[in-house]
Design a protein around this ligand. Structure first.
Ligand SMILES: *Cc1c(COP(=O)(O)O)cnc(C)c1O
Length: 407
């Protein structure tokens, strides 16, 4: 493993921190994740450091959350500034940070209103409710929500029904009703979308957990036309692929379409929990007080930090970097596939890539980690790469070299 120059004991703010992994001690965290014993203690740019002082180049970014990497000085300043203001008031009162953040999102999108919440799953749950509320204004039976093969929209009861992973779903049946999963095929979707029962179609422009699959732009345009025709809302889930990761502020911009509802979350507040649902004026006009709610969503502390993050992620220079460097990164992965013969397929866009490996993805992920590179899986055979959007070409090249060696 690589070793950092500075030993962890000398790192500020770390020496006195509690230790998580005392040998042999019972782990008090509920076992919903299988994870290595490694304890992460600090980060710097594109690197994470564990308690032993090992340095890891991070191509996970907290699952597409840490778009600005670790220790970004501007983000740190925004956090300090936010702590001087109100932290929480509830949504019983108006606060300026939430409104200013909402205005920024509206100005950069198709939307006219925004609902804030605390996670991606919550954003999609709200999107389902808003879509049904709107669709019901046209007919009592309009409740059916269609999701696509390979989709991941969350693990809450509504979103789980729209998530195409049997192992996540089966133990928790019965799931929410009138939500079905259909092949990524326009004829199949058209057959499932009866105008009298359809409320919405939900799609990720780039499927994340489902194996990093970029939906074809022509497919997205036809999906837009079909949902309009059947009077169903088009919900785009850009929780993972949105906010700069594909090289445009929103991924759907590249297909030249506009959804009725858009969900974002992961990188939105720089690592603080926040989700948002953007809606058109038509959807917004169907939503009345009491239709939905949240105690924490859009609180002034998290919203003011998110305002800073949105400015950074909407910066044309950053988006151009992600777009150009991302294309180069993808070409490098293709070359590694050729040279090693150990990759069956490479898919992706911007700073969001997946490669189908021989053997299991989790095996490659643990070998890469032992060699100082963090990656994650997207299904059983796909290794997913989500570098911080600020990673330079040299930093990406360093990770690619490790990857090639491991393969
Ligand atoms: C992560 C993710 C979610 C769920 O977000 P949580 O914050 O974990 O609830 C939903 N949709 C997509 C596309 C995601 O990547």
């Amino acid at each position: 493993m690589n070793s950092s120059a500075m030993s962890v004991d000398q790192a500020p703010g770390v020496a006195s921190a509690p230790v998580a992994s005392d040998a042999g001690e019972h782990d008090p965290i509920l076992g919903t994740y299988k994870r290595p014993p490694t304890e992460m203690v600090r980060g710097e740019g594109v690197y994470l450091f564990d308690r032993e002082g090992n340095r890891y180049l991070d191509f996970v970014s907290g699952i597409a959350v840490n778009a600005l990497g670790y220790g970004d000085p501007g983000l740190r300043e925004a956090l300090h500034a936010a702590s001087d203001g109100l932290v929480h008031t509830s949504n019983l009162y108006r606060t300026a940070p939430a409104e200013s953040l909402a205005r920024k999102l509206v100005e950069r999108s198709f939307a006219s209103r925004v609902f804030f919440c605390n996670s991606g799953g919550e954003a999609n749950e709200a999107a389902f409710k808003f879509a049904r509320r709107w669709a019901r204004t046209m007919g009592e039976d309009k409740a059916h929500i269609v999701a696509l093969r390979g989709a991941f929209h969350g693990r809450l009861f509504g979103t789980l029904a729209a998530t195409d992973r049997p192992a996540y779903r089966l133990p928790f049946r019965p799931l929410a009703g009138e939500i079905s999963i259909v092949e990524r095929d326009l004829n199949d979707i058209a057959a499932a979308l009866d105008e009298t029962t359809a409320a919405a179609v939900i799609a990720e422009p780039v499927q994340g957990e489902g194996g990093v699959r970029v939906l074809d732009h022509g497919f997205l345009r036809e999906l837009r036309a079909l949902t309009k025709e059947r009077k169903a809302a088009l919900i785009l889930d850009e929780i993972q692929c949105g906010l700069g990761r594909t090289g445009t502020f929103f991924a759907h911009e590249q297909a030249g379409i506009e959804p009725d509802i858009l969900t974002v979350a992961k990188p939105l507040a720089g690592g603080l929990p926040m989700g948002a649902v953007l809606v058109t004026e038509e959807i917004a006009s169907a939503i009345k007080p009491g239709d939905h709610g949240t105690t924490f969503g859009g609180g002034p502390f998290v919203a003011s930090v998110a305002s800073y993050v949105v400015d950074r992620l909407a910066d044309p220079a950053l988006l151009a970097h992600v777009s150009e460097t991302g294309a180069w990164f993808g070409a490098q992965l293709q070359e590694i596939a050729q040279r090693t013969g150990r990759i069956r397929g490479v898919r992706g866009v911007g700073f969001m890539w997946g490669m189908d490996v021989m053997g299991t993805a989790s095996h490659v992920v643990s070998e890469a980690m032992a060699a100082g590179l963090l990656t994650c899986t997207a299904g059983e055979y796909t290794v997913r790469l989500l570098p911080p959007l600020v990673a330079t070409r040299d930093e990406l090249a360093e990770g690619l070299a490790v990857l090639e060696k491991v393969l």
